[in-house]
Design a protein around this ligand. Structure first.
Ligand code: VGL
Ligand code: ZN
Length: 237
């Protein structure tokens, strides 16, 4: 008998789902966003529908929330072009840990209009909003922590918050599918949660690479599912 069976052997496995709404911010949306994702605004009605579901035990929003001197801004590097050039990120506590990362236009500077959540998002339903990318020295796509690990530089406490709420399943939506949604979902899986990206609830920066990117997300142990799938429909029951 499995450990989670009741004495009668009838107990269903726990289903305590959380929704993570990633970076639904003005700068990632047309028409004015500095790093606008094509059709980024179009996903808000579906996200609001999901946010209203009573089956969710936790609803988390995230914001990309950078200081003006953030390392990911091309303008902070001599003659670097956004979207095209890369820079080296160095672990401030360990110069031997380094990796290359893509440079971006200035976006989501803390407390500016571009960093605001889009007003049509039903943000009143969020239990908490997590800010990330606040350290000027490191890039941070994931809502959990930065990709440096020896040692880790920032941790938002999201994994602890999910565990405290006894979450079992994590559904991820928002922007951008190929960056912050992807990293957040991969870390949710690595933290032990059954993790889904709801494909109609996200849009990528690079449309041409999206099919390959979705395959890589699944390779990290995450399921990329449709809103019509059994995995999403169970949220509605
Ligand atoms: C993101 C690029 C730079 C994202 C954040 O939210 O996916 N993308 N910063
Ligand atoms: Zn950013």
């Amino acid at each position: 008998m499995a450990a989670d069976d009741s004495i009668a052997g009838t107990a269903a496995p726990a289903f305590r789902p959380a929704l993570i709404v990633v970076d639904m911010q003005e700068d990632f949306c047309p028409p004015n966003g500095s790093l606008a994702v094509t059709d980024g605004r179009a996903i808000v009605p579906l996200i609001n529908t999901l946010l209203a579901l009573p089956s969710l035990v936790l609803r988390i929003g995230t914001r990309d929330w950078h200081p003006p001197n953030h390392v990911s801004f091309a303008s902070n590097h001599a003659s670097a072009r956004p979207f095209i050039d890369t820079t080296t990120i160095v672990n401030p506590h360990n110069p031997s840990e380094q990796y290359r990362t893509r440079l971006w236009p200035v976006h989501c500077v803390a407390d500016t209009p571009g960093a605001a959540l889009v007003p049509e998002l039903d943000a009143a339903r969020l239990d908490a909003v997590i800010d990330k990318g606040t350290d000027p020295r490191v890039e941070m796509y994931s809502a959990f922590y930065d990709p440096l690990c020896a040692p880790r530089v920032s941790d938002t406490g999201l994994a602890d918050a999910l565990r405290k709420a006894r979450v079992t399943h994590v559904y991820v939506v928002g922007l951008a599918g190929d960056y912050c949604v992807r990293s957040t979902a991969a870390d949710a899986h690595a933290e032990g949660f059954e993790t889904y990206v709801v494909v109609e609830g996200t849009k990528p920066v690079d449309v041409s690479g999206w099919e390959a990117c979705k395959a890589q997300i699944e390779g990290a142990g995450v399921r990329v599912v449709s809103v019509e799938s059994e995995e999403v429909r169970r949220l509605f029951s």
